[in-house]
Write a protein that binds this ligand. Structure first.
Ligand SMILES: Cc1ncc(COP(=O)(O)O)c(C=O)c1O
Length: 490
């Protein structure tokens, strides 16, 4: 069956008119066309300019007011408000210096202890993950496609699976990759069990136990666990909350230590910082690694969740020699429960295919076909647009609450997309102490110590904005703020 034969889920209604107009004015506020303190065009002006009814014009202003962008002044109309979150300074930039020598990663005990303590406490409000609430993902559409696929292909579960990946998913993701500046043939796609298997295979393809791998600092703790399990050493490269891994520091590390075999980098919406490398830095990093014969592993788990309407470019777009192994995921964008990721491995393609076959054999066909059909459809575009918008609103709301509830000295870098934020606590507050105190109130956060093998991030924590807004969530943020205040005074 071709993709077009499939009955796609009914069109979701377009965004309501008031939301489109509200977004239009939000863009003006964000870009500084409308500055804090300035008057928003009056309700009458909105009606005249956009040809909308009084109730739509009022909805625009009320929506922006509810989101914290406007304030109503009696008899004068709506004015652009100074967002509370603007009162928080961004997380400090790291010092760019020669990184500490590579060390065998020893995060297992620390991460496992934190995960175990968190699970024991059975948190009511879990802010420790980097995922959206289940309701944010397209379960109805995926369920419908699953039923259709099984009806039309009754032997799908009993047939052997195709090696490397199912063509429907390979074609669908290769098409989407075009938007990010990559040209990949479908048979160059290897489907994996999430991005984490892709990163695992990539590391095994390019490095041996005992080898050194450069990683961002702080970095996703899952990567540190993989390095530890493979007996590889990590050298942590200072990473900016705005622009990602410092190329200068990477150059210093390569000069100081001549045994760096690979770099693992998350150029778009890094976890936990949310940073995005500028395109020029992506190009320079691709060229630098190629020149020094260092394999570059790109983890692109989050980029469809960026605010920008223009898709972000993959670092792989600047790969001229097959030196970049590109790894991606559907876990954050389509459905966490699919456990689907994919990769294309440049000059290590054959080795990765062999390793995947040896390690876990191909993924099952059913979920690949279901995901492939969804990703190829217009329903995917609509879903991603809605997801991005919802996450953006939840992020703004959470950033505002943090600004309101946390004590002076707290810093926050609000990312331009993704699922989580990195909070810097006043320097005398330990995030592990906050984690323990929060668990007593059934609230779970991810303390900064999980994200590095060095002891530099104890006064940071990561917080997820994927949860739907609720009174419980607001109360949890107020509690976290209050606990932090108590810890600053302890
Ligand atoms: C940077 C990064 N890479 C990989 C993963 C794992 O992705 P998956 O669930 O697709 O295995 C995550 C999950 O949080 C992540 O943040």
């Amino acid at each position: 069956m071709t993709v077009t034969e499939l009955t796609l889920p009914p069109m979701q209604p377009a965004q309501p008119l008031y939301r489109m107009l509200a977004d239009h004015y939000l863009g003006a506020i964000r870009s500084g066309v409308l500055m804090p303190g300035e008057r928003m065009p009056s309700v009458r002006t909105l009606m005249r300019t956009h040809g909308v009814s009084l109730s739509t014009a009022l909805q625009v202003c009320r929506h922006l007011e509810a989101e914290g962008w406007l304030e109503a002044r009696e008899r004068s109309g709506y004015f652009v408000r100074q967002p509370r979150r603007a009162l928080l300074a961004p997380v400090k930039e790291p010092e760019v210096a020669t990184p500490d020598p590579a060390a065998y990663v020893g995060v297992h005990a620390r991460v496992s202890a934190i995960v175990a303590r968190g699970q024991q406490a059975n948190a009511r409000v879990d802010l420790s993950g980097a995922s959206g609430a289940p309701a944010l993902y397209p379960s109805a559409a995926l369920n419908r496609i699953t039923t259709q696929v099984l009806r039309r292909h009754p032997f799908l579960l009993t047939q052997a699976v195709t090696p490397n990946g199912h063509p429907e998913l390979q074609i669908a993701v290769a098409r989407r990759a075009l938007d990010m500046g990559m040209q990949i043939a479908p048979d160059e796609v290897v489907v994996t069990h999430g991005c984490i298997e892709a990163v695992n295979l990539a590391l095994r393809a390019v490095a041996q136990p005992g080898d050194t791998v450069a990683v961002e600092s702080p970095t996703y703790y899952g990567l540190l666990q993989v390095l530890e399990s493979l007996g590889m050493r990590a050298v942590e490269i200072p990473t900016s909350p705005r622009t990602g891994m410092s190329l200068e520091a990477l150059e210093m590390a390569v000069q100081a230590y001549d045994n760096i075999r690979a770099v693992v980098v998350v150029p778009n919406l890094q976890n936990p910082l949310g940073s995005i490398m500028p395109d020029a830095a992506k190009r320079r990093m691709a060229a630098f690694c190629e020149q020094h014969n260092i394999a570059l592993i790109e983890d692109d788990t989050y980029s469809p969740l960026a605010d920008s309407n223009t898709p972000l470019k993959a670092l792989k777009a600047w790969d001229r020699t097959g030196n970049v192994i590109y790894c991606a995921s559907l876990s954050k964008t389509v459905a966490p429960g699919l456990r689907l990721g994919w990769m294309t491995a440049g000059r290590w393609q054959e080795r990765v295919q062999m390793l995947k076959f040896a390690q876990s054999r191909p993924n099952d066909s059913l979920l690949q076909v279901v995901a492939g059909r969804f990703v190829a459809s217009g329903a995917y575009d609509r879903h991603i647009r809605t997801l991005r918008q919802t996450l953006r609103e939840q992020r703004e709301r959470m950033a505002e609450s943090i600004a309101e509830c946390f004590p002076a000295g707290t810093r926050l870098s609000v990312p331009s997309g993704g699922l989580a934020m990195w909070v810097e606590l006043p320097t005398n507050v330990s995030s592990v102490a906050l984690f323990d105190a929060a668990l007593k109130h059934s609230i779970r956060i991810a303390p900064g110590t999980m994200f590095s093998n060095l002891n530099r991030f104890d006064h940071f924590f990561r917080i997820c904005f994927g949860l739907e807004p609720s009174a419980n969530l607001e109360a949890a943020l107020a509690t976290l703020g209050e606990l932090t205040r108590q810890l600053t005074e302890a």
